[in-house]
Unconditional design. Structure first.
Length: 244
């Protein structure tokens, strides 16, 4: 069976997975959970890049990869959302999660950060339970992937038309088949309310882990691990490593 290289993004409407082989785009699918995504690809995948945090701090407010990425992303710096500490990520109410996060770190928990907690907690629980998945799943931030492809951060927000066009140009310059792939992925989401930026991001993550120009790298290059041994790093594809 072909080995897949998968880019996965998590949204309220589900997990969108874009699967490549070494030869190019193969298919896309939407799953209800990270566990379902794993069940589909566990026997056939080489790597799965997701846009959900892997590796959680217990007492620091900003993970090392987040800190480094903020130095590189220019106007896109606000796209890096600080991940809640592990205990806070498991709380279901904002007030409770915020109190826990502030007690542990001395810093407030933003609403945007709290909104990520269902996905963060689910991935953390999943990787804590499924040892075989640990070497397969890597974390990737789409904006860092675009930076690595383009050599500079994106100038426009992803939600704007100009931002969509900018990211499409970046993907097309990296892989000429990216535009029709985005169209094919969009068509595969019929019946699901997947936002357009999520489709572009999933393609970017798939191209990041699929073999291609450059090498799959991490920021930082030597990732620290959390108390459970999970690495805290963003992955990207480039000829040379990004500055730390």
């Amino acid at each position: 069976m072909s080995e897949y290289y998968v880019g996965g993004v998590a949204r309220e409407s589900g997990w969108l997975a874009v699967a490549y082989t070494a030869d190019g785009f193969d298919h896309a699918a939407v799953f209800d959970s990270v566990g379902e995504l794993w069940s589909r690809y566990e026997e056939s995948t080489e790597r799965i890049a997701i846009d959900v945090s892997i590796g959680l701090e217990s007492s620091d407010a900003v993970r090392p990869n987040e800190r480094l990425a903020r130095r590189l992303l220019g106007d896109r710096v606000d796209d890096i959302i600080s991940t809640p500490v592990r205990e806070a990520a498991r709380k279901h109410r904002y007030r409770t999660a915020s109190r826990v996060h502030e007690r542990k770190t001395g810093q407030e928990l933003s609403r945007r950060a709290f909104e990520t907690t269902p996905f963060v907690a689910a991935v953390d629980e999943f990787l804590g339970a499924i040892d075989d998945a640990r070497p397969i799943f890597v974390e990737a931030h789409p904006e860092l992937c675009y930076l690595a492809f383009e050599g500079a951060p994106m100038a426009e927000p992803a939600a704007y038309a100009a931002g969509y066009a900018e990211r499409m140009r970046t993907l097309a310059a990296f892989d000429r088949d990216a535009p029709p792939t985005v169209q094919a992925v969009a068509e595969s989401t019929e019946g699901r309310r997947i936002p357009i930026p999520a489709i572009v991001d999933a393609v970017a993550l798939g191209l990041t882990v699929r073999p291609g120009p450059g090498a799959l790298r991490s920021l930082p290059a030597e990732p620290p691990t959390d108390e459970r041994g999970l690495p805290m790093a963003y992955h990207y594809r480039a000829e040379t490593g990004l500055p730390e």
